[in-house]
Design a protein around this ligand. Sequence first.
Ligand code: AKG
Length: 272
Amino acid sequence: MHSDPVGQNGGVELTAKQRADWDRSGWLVARDAFTEAEFTAIDVASREVESWGDERGLAHFEQTRLGAVIARSEDFEPHHGFLRSLLRSSIITDTVDALFGEPGVLFKEKINYKHAGGGGFAPHQDVTAYPQISTCISVMIPLDPADTTNGCLWFTTRTPGTTIQNVRGAIPESWCSEQEWVPVEVSPGDIVFFDGLAPHRSDTNRSQRSRRAMYVTYNPRSGGDFRNAYYEDKRRRLAEASVGESGNVLISVNDDFLGQPVDASASGDITA
Ligand SMILES: O=C(O)CCC(=O)C(=O)O
């Protein structure tokens, strides 16, 4: 399906509160940023990417109590014209540029599906998974309503200006327990912007409802364009090891995903 480009009318007009949220906590939520028709086109495109499985781009799978399911698709920008234009739409890029204070460039893109039973993520800062860059902003586009029962994101109310000591990306409990964490419940149409240093985590999806979300990450253009280098490096690393020291399946350079490796001996097809 081919849809008209969406989100071409400029960036989010940030309120004073959103600016203050950004400065203090490193994240902000723009509610109802996409119209229903725009969101429907994004949803259709995301389902197309999911249906590819591992035929195009890069896909990751996990074992859940309901069987083996797709956990993440990434590197789909070269293969989907509508999403390529979404990733360059002004509602996203003008906002990111304003938050950087300079133009950004696409670093990577992914969809985390978190279907029923899908794994959560240990507390981490995204920038620690991206060795090519030192600063970034990620844009989360919810594809399903996300709440505390199906594994929404949780952020801290204050963000450190630097990376926190971590174990293969995961921030230790001693730091986390000192923080105030807030669940960020979102609906389709909303957009969450967050800094690469903003600590965040999410729970395993213990509901029967999927909690799909697209994440698009940008770095300041002055720092260089590393998208191809990132995916080359990531494919090489994941070919070397598919399970982390934690015993969980590796879908990142970091070992912060809590999903389980696919059990090849379990019966049933992978659901893409
Ligand atoms: O989708 C989630 O629940 C968390 C995603 C996340 O933190 C990540 O992919 O690094």
